[in-house]
Design a protein around this ligand. Structure first.
Ligand code: FES
Length: 162
């Protein structure tokens, strides 16, 4: 997906604001994510130049911290728990189903911009594995059918599905 001129401008402005700060890279990346919604690949050369770093250094930091998104985020976030208790109750199969049903991999957003799929490591709901979080709500014992039911509501309408 391309980056709009407004996004490029915001990124350049933020680089200007942060570049004099010691240890500017992380706060700058957070600021870009907050203002633009993600840190696009096109930001890397602008950041590298502004902060006098190599592109590889900037890219390395973006990919090390899972908090940074490199593509636009969907209107809803669906997270599947990959930690041990959930895995023992079938979260691997659930994640394979989810990727296929949504047509995306982890970190990607559905073509309609509705859903971003992410892994998560324990939602504190281990007794009711496998667990899925949709936006701020955690759902227990989610199997493939229940998953389809939950996400079909998200794609069809803009309200939060319970
Ligand atoms: S392991 Fe999935 S909720 Fe704890």
């Amino acid at each position: 997906m391309g980056t709009s001129q407004n996004e490029q401008q915001s990124i350049s402005d933020l680089v200007g604001q942060y570049k004099a700060l010691p240890g500017a890279l992380l706060p700058l990346l957070h600021a870009i994510q907050e203002h633009v919604g993600h840190v696009p690949d096109t930001a890397v050369p602008i950041i590298a130049k502004g902060l006098n770093l190599s592109r590889a250094e900037v890219h390395g930091v973006i990919s090390f911290y899972h908090d940074f998104k490199t593509s636009p985020v969907g209107r809803h976030t669906v997270q599947i728990c990959r930690a041990e208790a959930c895995q023992s109750m079938g979260s691997r199969q659930l994640e394979a189903h989810a990727k296929q049903a949504l047509g995306v991999d982890y970190g990607e957003t559905t073509a309609d911009g509705a859903i971003t799929l992410e892994p998560v490591y324990c939602l504190g709901n281990c007794a009711c594995s496998p667990s899925v979080r949709i936006n701020d709500d955690v759902f227990a014992r989610v199997d493939a059918d229940r998953f389809d039911e939950l996400v079909s509501g998200l794609s069809l309408e803009e309200g939060v599905v319970k």
